[in-house]
Design a protein around this ligand. Sequence first.
Ligand SMILES: Cc1ncc(COP(=O)(O)O)c(C=O)c1O
Length: 287
Amino acid sequence: MPKVVEPRYGNLPDETGSNGCFETMRVYRKKVFRLDAHLDRLYASAKFLGTAVPKREDLRARLLKRLKQSQLAEAVLRVALIPRSDGSLGNRRLFSSTAPQGLISIVVQPVILPPASVYRQGVHVAVVPTRKFPVSIVDPQAKYSARLGSVLAIMDAQLRTVDEALFTDATGYVTESTASNFGIIRKGAMFSSPCWVGLLSGITRDVLREIAQSLDVPFHEVPLTRHDLYVADEAFLSSTLKEILPVVSIDGRRIGTGWPGPISRALHRAFRELIRSETHRAQGCRG
Ligand SMILES: Cc1ncc(COP(=O)(O)O)c(C=O)c1O
């Protein structure tokens, strides 16, 4: 029988403990990839959620110090800003000088990547019944910690014995996956749904946009339907941790040849090349 604990006695975080925002970053060769983009997004999330923040330069210095202490060259760096309530949520005095300071969690972990075979073979995904909130209700631009939707979507994916879930919005447009963005390739061009259908503006997705331009692959933001997905030549997930992970089947429909396609592979190669060139430079005042 599990132990029953009493929150009042400090055994549990208070009710706002999962109400924070966070960033997950990749460290390559001791350098944080696109650190400033992650800090921009963290501070924007905190502003949206009314979370107290430390001075950006202080936080940046603490992140880099913690990374150095870890002595890891290849790592995952996580930072979370967790608001501390002065009582119930209703009593919070947002933005005021008396607003309680929150907690900062900084964790450096060794990288545990999907095995190389997953990139060679691709993954299988399904469009799941769990929907993304409309942006008018919960805007996913804030990278908040409370993610019941993602938990339910992962359960949906497991029930369908696929690797990952794809969300749709209330209309049926495909938005993103539980912790990654999603895109397709059709007739040599890349397509991804725009943020207003309900997806996080991913940093990897932005990098992909840059890379696509350098490879002369047009990038279009259009609301994607399931039909667009099923007739795609290639499809992929993108995130800081996964980088660019090819998708080879959606809802049991084979995508393209059923193997990772040439454009997805070229994009991933160019992505790794960009990481190499950016992390080659010293990490001074910029990320
Ligand atoms: C819901 C969601 N969408 C997309 C992404 C990809 O974002 P990024 O490329 O910045 O890692 C993430 C990353 O954690 C995510 O949680």
